[in-house]
Ligand binder design. Structure first.
Ligand SMILES: Cc1cc2nc3c(=O)[nH]c(=O)nc-3n(C[C@H](O)[C@H](O)[C@H](O)COP(=O)(O)OP(=O)(O)OC[C@H]3O[C@@H](n4cnc5c(N)ncnc54)[C@H](O)[C@@H]3O)c2cc1C
Length: 501
């Protein structure tokens, strides 16, 4: 599997994409990771710290390994803390606000020196025959910031892989919760700036509530999962703390017949509804059985007219109201609409649909090796998928939690280790390393979510509802475990790699 052709690879598209200047000697195994957040970064750390050193010890003339991370973001984004960071960033521990949860990838990667190269871009295609990923650059013509391969003057490139790990996660329906990965990022330096811009607009809208000239003061949050419930709690707590409750109602649409419909027992949703009522009274109203089917933004009557300049445009965006159409045919205009209705997989942007489930997530085996084309008339399906793996939210059947991502990462890395070791040691039918005593990093691990049935849902800083491994926990424990700090203590070890022992 090791590539014998020197890198960089030759461009293949007719649009003459730029080859990425990855320096590499011969006999190099090129490992390419798509997506630089929880799953991609965890995989990178594990490969760099454990798998690659173990592979290098297997042979007296070890191969060289190169990891290329292709991702549109310059910063790691700790998504679990985003409901707090969006509404009340000053309450995050350490007083660093948003900076606490957007951390430069350079902090994670510099320690690995030449082993790792980062390309700031997003995948738009994979050629399984040539083993190449085609991508588009972010921030075309920008500086490259030292760590990153400098963007070229054309906006396309290709990178060759021997091992391809897809960790591109999900794309939320709202830009509030996702690192975007399409053309919308290309005018920014990094994907996280798109998120921060949206957050700024929401905060300005909240500050503008009840101001003269605005007819509408209500807030609508769609989505009864943890993100919707947590965000309703944050908004209500902020309104109460600011004394901005007069004439304001926060409506939370569950979109079904209860809150918290996934990954937990039925009673937890009812507990959440009771908690909202008890702590925020009439300020928060929960509605079941209706969904949002359309939205349209408009400037309030007497609001700012057409104006030029980005600051003015930002202010204008923050002034806008939203008219929401519901599935029962009614419409309502609100001062602030927050979409927390989830999202879908991202792999349809670069893989054929035959590799994916209906939600755009990748079909894999239990060890996170991609299955390849699902069509039965495709005898080469196994061969096409050889060397391709998936991890994190983009895996079909994943419950889309950080908890399960954290249990997946060691398994996918062990699959890669086993497959690469077999190439060094020869086919190993017995699974015993051909008599070579294999280190733990090169033995196949199996996946088990040992924290299955765990869900902690803060509803404001004072507490919330939750269960740990199926057992309900009281509000004060939810406060201690999550509502106070929104798990930001997990950021540092995820970024510096110390999480992956
Ligand atoms: C608001 C919110 C709150 C959450 N709270 C919790 C919680 O409390 N507990 C919990 O366990 N889980 C929580 N989760 C889930 C958790 O954040 C995810 O499970 C986790 O982020 C999955 O990591 P990932 O790396 O697979 O995907 P992501 O974090 O989505 O990262 C995907 C990466 O791929 C990149 N990418 C996308 N497309 C491309 C492309 N074409 N080419 C290259 N790169 C690409 C993206 O830019 C990004 O860097 C929450 C999620 C959200 C949105």
């Amino acid at each position: 599997m090791a590539s014998t052709t020197p890198q960089p690879t030759q461009p293949t598209s007719t649009a003459a994409p730029t080859a990425v200047p990855v320096p590499a000697p011969t006999n190099t195994t090129n490992i390419v990771i798509l997506g630089g957040n929880h799953a991609g970064l965890g995989t990178l750390h594990t490969l760099a710290r454990h798998t690659i050193p173990a592979l290098q010890r297997l042979s007296s003339s070890p191969s060289t390994y190169k990891i290329t991370l292709l991702t549109p973001n310059t910063h790691f984004f700790f998504k679990p803390a985003s409901p707090r960071a969006l509404i009340q960033p000053d309450l995050l521990p350490g007083g660093e606000g948003e900076d606490k949860i957007f951390r430069p990838l350079s902090e994670a990667i510099k320690q690995y020196g030449d082993l790792v190269t980062v390309i700031r871009g997003f995948a738009v295609g994979v050629d399984m025959d040539k083993k190449e990923v085609k991508f588009k650059h972010v921030d075309v013509g920008g500086s490259g910031d030292g760590l990153f391969v400098p963007p070229s003057s054309t906006d396309e490139g290709v990178v060759r892989y021997d091992v391809l790990i897809i960790a591109t996660g999900t794309k939320a329906r709202s830009a509030l919760w996702t690192l975007p990965s399409g053309p919308e990022v290309q005018t920014f330096k990094s994907a996280h700036e798109v998120v921060q811009k949206q957050w700024g607009e929401i905060r300005t809208k909240l500050k503008n509530l009840q101001s003269p000239g605005h007819q509408h003061h209500n807030i609508l949050i769609a989505g009864g999962g943890p993100v919707g419930v947590e965000t309703a709690g944050e908004v209500a707590a902020w309104l109460k703390a600011e004394g901005k409750t007069e004439g304001v109602t926060v409506t939370l649409l569950s979109g079904s017949d209860r809150l918290l419909g996934r990954n937990c027992g039925e009673g937890l949703g009812r507990k959440a509804e009771g908690y909202l009522k008890k702590n925020f009274g009439g300020l928060v109203r929960v509605r079941h059985g209706v969904k949002v089917v359309g939205t349209a933004d408009s400037s309030p009557a007497g609001g700012a007219g057409a104006a030029e300049g980005s600051a003015v445009q930002d202010e204008e965006a923050a002034q806008k109201e939203t008219t929401v159409t519901l599935s029962d045919g009614s419409t309502t205009t609100v001062a602030l609409y927050i979409d927390a209705t989830g999202g879908s997989g991202t792999a349809s942007a670069f893989l054929p649909s035959t590799w994916l489930d209906a939600t755009g997530r990748i079909n894999t085996d239990e060890f996170f090796r991609a299955r390849g084309p699902s069509s039965s008339d495709s005898p080469s399906s196994g061969a096409a998928a050889g060397g391709i793996y998936a991890v994190g939210d983009v895996v079909s059947g994943s419950d889309n939690t950080l908890i399960s991502t954290n249990f997946q990462v060691p398994v996918v890395c062990s699959s890669i280790g086993v497959d690469l070791a077999a190439q060094i040691l020869g086919p190993d039918k017995e699974g015993n390393g051909n008599g070579v005593k294999l280190p733990a990093a090169l033995k196949q691990k199996t996946y088990k979510n040992k924290l299955s049935g765990t869900l902690l849902v803060p509803i404001g800083p004072g507490g919330g509802v939750g269960q740990v491994m199926g057992w309900g926990v009281p509000s004060f424990l939810v406060k201690v475990m999550k509502a106070k700090g929104f798990l930001v203590e997990m950021v540092e070890p995820a970024v510096d790699g110390s999480q992956w022992k």
